[in-house]
Ligand binder design. Structure first.
Ligand code: NAD
Length: 497
């Protein structure tokens, strides 16, 4: 019998009435390590109610007290993040150092949110009209929902909940059912940090749980991260129920390598950003666009470095772990079959892999495909695995056209030693996050994270000032204090004087 990962509401674990569960596997061994509860509509309502009940008191809690809890949470997280990294590796498969990196990037958002008193300041204008003052305040929305993907079970929720909570909202987090335990660990940490019960809740489940979050009138905003078809569905459904929505979708990130680039740096970067976390990153580089004469040397350098990677259990000395499920592994492998059939050159074949891990683990080695053309399915689809495609073009203009024609617009990078070319790319490329000689341009917490086109539905990116904006609504106040006199009767439209 394996344990069941439960929900969290009213400051404690909650089993729920639903008897439905889904298995959670350790991808490095293939073993089922837990079951996760799949909420019924009633379970979801109970968790939402917990967030609703906690909201008025939390909204009215002073900024001093709220930030004290955030600082305590930050200290606990910093001291104990190794525990969280182990949970992530066990359920997701990424190597421990990578899991630790994800937690640290999430921690940066907690640190940013500790500055919430400054971020919530409104404006004040004295004597906007004679003896009339005008000012604005930023207020919390209410209970908000966060629906997160499997690939960053700690960092992606942390893109949102530190700011949501700091701004006075209460939260229901619906993690991926593939790796649900990180969310519960974070809930326990909040409890220890002194967050009042009901401010941070976890709802485990699938579409049933998600649909209740999208439709329940108590939920005022939805932050979603996942694949593009689901992001579109979340955006359309939640906004048709009157909610504010930011829904971050899938990606197909290109790196453009110009002829004057430092090819050793570019090759290192392609390996790191192509195969890190087995390619299961929304900012992974999945297409290297080699411009002009660089292609042969670039492919050789990438292949040479990739051959040195150790594939295995993330708790051992490995560089790259397994894929998240057997089903996903088989799907990615089928893309490699298709690429080969459609004429791509298989330079490195991950279907043949000798991994340092369980014989039933979900292994697929790093794969390098050359001479990929934009019609092939390995190019058109988001594969979300350790597959790097090289597309050869003759000019910068062709490379730019390729990137801009892609329906996704999450991240991109350019490798060059020409500042003018880089500046032109930064200006002309239709992608939300751009790296210049930097392969995974994940913005710092004080900037905002988000793509363009089919990589984002809604108009607010995550964290940074856009995150503060998303989790607050602004009220504009115009006030007049009489000194002592009478305003007088005037039915005309108020004008300034
Ligand atoms: P997913 O879309 O399958 O699932 C995301 C969440 O939606 C999960 O919590 C899941 O339970 C829920 N969900 C799944 N199907 C649903 C349905 N039919 N109705 C309602 N809810 C549903 O994504 P995933 O496989 O967990 O994550 C990988 C995807 O996430 C990739 O496409 C990746 O690019 C994307 N991603 C994007 C970003 C970004 O910043 N743009 C970041 C991380 C991941």
């Amino acid at each position: 019998m394996t344990a069941t990962v439960q929900h969290w509401s009213d400051g404690k674990a909650f089993a729920g009435d639903s008897t439905l569960t889904a298995p959670v596997t350790n991808p490095a061994t293939g073993e089922v390590v837990e079951q996760v509860a799949l909420a019924s509509v009633e379970d979801a309502r109970r968790v939402i109610q917990s967030a609703e009940a906690a909201f008025p008191a939390w909204r009215d809690t002073s900024l001093t007290r709220r930030t004290a809890v955030l600082f305590a949470f930050r200290e606990l997280l910093n001291a104990r993040k190794g525990e969280l990294a182990e949970i992530i590796t066990r359920e997701h498969g990424k190597v421990l150092s990578d899991a630790l990196g994800e937690v640290s990037r999430g921690q940066e958002v907690v640190e940013f949110a500790c500055g919430i008193p400054h971020l919530l300041k409104g404006g004040f204008t004295e004597n906007a009209s004679t003896k009339v003052d005008a000012y604005s305040v930023k207020q919390a929305l209410g209970p908000v929902a966060i629906i997160s993907p499997f690939n960053f079970p700690a960092m992606v929720p942390m893109w949102f909940f530190p700011l949501a909570i700091a701004a006075g909202n209460t939260v229901v987090l619906k993690p991926s059912e593939k790796d649900p335990s990180a969310a519960l660990w974070l809930a326990e940490l909040w409890e220890e940090a002194g967050l009042p019960p009901g401010v941070f809740n976890v709802l485990q489940g699938d579409k049933v749980a998600v649909d209740e979050l999208l439709e329940n009138p108590a939920i005022k905003a939805v932050s979603f991260v996942g694949s593009t078809p689901i992001a579109r569905y979340i955006y359309e459904t939640a906004s048709s129920h009157g909610k504010r929505v930011q829904a971050l979708g899938g990606a197909k990130n290109h790196a453009v390598i110009l002829p004057d680039a430092d090819l050793d740096l570019a090759a290192d970067s392609m390996v790191n950003a192509g195969y890190g976390s087995a390619g299961e990153r929304c900012m992974a580089i999945s297409v290297a666009v080699a411009v002009g004469p660089v292609a042969d040397t670039l492919v050789d350098k990438i292949a040479e470095r990739t051959r040195t990677l150790r594939i295995g259990d993330g708790t051992r000395e490995s560089d790259m772990g397994p894929l998240v499920t057997q089903e996903h592994r088989d799907r990615v492998s089928a893309y490699i079959d298709a690429g080969e059939r459609e004429g791509a050159s298989v330079v490195l074949d991950g279907r043949q892999v000798d991994a340092d891990g369980g014989s039933d683990g979900f292994w697929l080695g790093p794969t390098l495909l050359d001479n990929v053309s934009p019609q092939m399915s390995v190019y058109t689809d988001e594969i979300f695995g350790p597959v790097l495609s090289v597309v050869r073009v003759d000019t910068y203009e062709e490379a730019l056209e390729l990137v801009n024609a892609n329906p996704y617009g999450n991240g991109t990078a350019i490798f060059t030693n020409d500042g003018g070319a880089a500046r032109r790319f930064q200006n002309e490329v239709e992608v939300g996050m751009v790296g210049i000689n930097v392969p995974i341009p994940v913005p710092m917490a004080y900037y905002s994270f988000g793509g363009w086109k089919a990589s984002l539905f809604g108009d607010s990116h995550a964290h940074g000032t856009e995150g503060v904006h998303f989790f607050t609504r602004t009220k504009a106040i115009t006030s007049r204090w009489l000194d002592p006199s009478h305003g007088g009767i005037e039915l005309g439209f108020p004008q300034n004087a």
